[in-house]
Ligand binder design. Structure first.
Ligand code: UFG
Length: 345
C-alpha cells in the first residue's frame, strides 16, 4: 500500500507543487488547508495535472487541535509536510501575536497528534531567513543562525527548534518522530503546465510576482529596492530556486524519512541552486527570455533586506540525491506563462 503524506497548507503555492510531485512519485496525499491565503485555483490545477480528482481535501485550520486530531484518526498518516503558516515579513512585524499564534500553535498541534498516533515523520518548511545577514557566503547548514529580524523569521527558528526537541524527546520511546527542516532560498516560477503557480493576494511583496504583474499591466512600475549595495551591479543577490525543483526536494526528503535512510533523527538541508543572481540580472533575464521590456526604476533600499545570501547545497546534493535542474530562464518563462494563464491570455 502506498504511504500517505499529509500536506498541511497544501492548497498554497509551494504545497500545490509538492502535492503534484508526491503523487507523481507514487505517494497518497491528503491535503489540509484553511484557505486563509488562497482559493481553490491551485488545488483544482493539481487535480488537472495529476488527472486525479480523488485527492482528499480537508478544509481545516491546523490551529484547531480537535480538527487536526480527527485528521490523524481518519487517515493513516506516514509523514507530514507542514506548510500551513503565515509568511509575510512586514505583516508579521505589525501583527506579531497573530503570527506567533498561528505559526506555532498549528505546528504544535500537528506534532502532538503525530505523537499520539504512534509517531510520524515530519518535514518542516523553513527558510534561509534563519541565517540573516551571514558573513561567510555561501551559507552551509552549519552557518550559525542569527537573531531573527521579524516575528515571521522568529517563528521559522522556533519551529525548527521545536521539531529538534520533540525528535530528541521521542527518540527513545515508541512514538518516534523523525524530522527534517528544509531551508528554502527564494522559490520562484510555476509548473510547466501553467495550471498552478504563485497567487499573491493584493500587492505582491516578492520580486517575481511583482515583475509578472508589471509585465501584464496590473502594476505600473517595478521598484528595484536599492542599487547602491556593494555588489557588482549594486542590487541585492539571492539564490532563486525553481518551484518544481524545490518540490522535488520534498519528495527526496520524505523518501529519505520513510525509507529509513536518515543519519540522525533531525536533519536540516539548504534548498537552493548555489548560484547568486542579482535583482537587476533577474529583471534583465526576464525581459530577454520573454521578449519584452519591463517598466522599472531604482528606488531606496527596502528596510530589513539583506545584501546577499545564497546556499551551499552540497549536503542536499549528496544526502538527498537532489539537485536544482531548471535554469533561471526556464523558471522565468514559466512564471510569465502562469501570469498570462491567470489573465486568460
Ligand atoms: N525586490 C525588489 N522589488 C520588489 C520586491 C523585491 O527590488 O518589488 C528585491 C528585494 O529588495 C530583494 C529581492 O528582490 O533584494 C528578493 O526579494 P523578495 O521579497 O522576493 O525575497 P526576500 O529575499 O526578501 O524574501 C525571502 C523570502 C521570505 C523570507 C526572506 C528573508 O521570500 O519568506 O527571504 O530574508 F523571509
Amino acid at each position: 500500500m502506498a504511504k500517505r503524506v499529509l500536506v498541511s497548507g497544501g492548497a498554497g503555492y509551494i504545497g500545490s507543487h509538492v502535492t503534484v510531485e508526491l503523487i507523481a512519485a507514487g505517494y497518497d496525499v491528503v491535503v489540509a488547508d484553511n484557505m486563509s491565503n488562497c482559493d481553490m485555483t491551485c488545488f483544482e490545477g493539481v487535480r488537472k495535472i495529476t488527472g486525479r480528482d480523488d485527492i482528499p481535501f480537508e478544509q481545516i485550520d491546523c490551529c484547531d487541535a480537535a480538527a487536526v486530531e480527527k485528521l490523524f484518526t481518519d487517515y493513516q498518516i506516514d509523514a507530514v509536510i507542514h506548510f500551513a503558516a503565515f509568511k509575510a515579513v512586514g505583516e508579521s512585524v505589525a501583527k506579531p501575536i497573530m503570527y506567533y499564534r498561528n505559526n506555532l500553535v498549528s505546528f504544535l498541534n500537528i506534532l502532538e497528534s503525530a505523537g499520539r498516533h504512534g509517531g510520524c515523520n515530519v518535514l518542516f518548511s523553513s527558510s534561509a531567513t534563519v541565517y540573516g545577514e551571514a558573513e561567510d557566503l555561501p551559507v552551509t547548514e552549519k552557518t550559525p543562525r542569527l537573531p531573527a529580524t521579524s516575528p515571521y523569521g522568529n517563528t521559522k527558528q522556533m519551529c525548527e527548534d521545536i521539531l529538534r526537541d520533540v525528535v530528541a524527546a521521542t527518540a527513545s520511546s515508541q512514538g518516534v518522530i523523525k524530522g527534517i527542516a528544509l531551508r528554502y532560498f527564494n522559490p520562484i516560477g510555476a509548473h510547466p503546465s501553467a495550471l498552478i503557480g504563485e497567487l499573491p493576494r493584493g500587492v505582491p511583496n516578492n520580486l517575481v510576482p511583482f515583475i509578472t504583474q508589471t509585465a501584464i499591466g496590473k502594476r505600473e512600475c517595478l521598484s528595484i529596492f536599492g542599487n547602491d549595495y556593494p555588489t557588482e551591479d549594486g542590487t541585492c543577490l539571492r539564490d532563486y530556486i525553481d518551484i518544481v525543483d524545490l518540490a522535488k526536494a520534498h519528495v527526496a526528503a520524505v523518501s529519505r524519512m520513510l525509507d529509513g535512510k536518515m543519519k540522525e533523527g533531525y536533519e536540516i538541508f539548504n534548498i537552493g541552486t548555489g548560484r547568486p543572481v542579482s535583482v537587476y540580472e533577474l529583471v534583465t533575464a526576464f525581459e530577454k527570455v520573454n521578449g519584452l521590456k519591463l517598466n522599472y526604476r531604482f528606488v531606496d533600499r527596502r528596510p530589513g533586506d539583506v545584501m546577499a545570501i545564497w546556499a551551499d547545497t552540497s549536503l542536499a546534493n549528496e544526502e538527498l540525491g537532489w539537485k536544482a535542474e531548471r535554469t533561471v530562464e526556464e523558471t522565468l518563462a514559466s512564471a510569465w506563462a502562469w501570469e498570462k494563464h491567470l489573465a486568460g491570455k
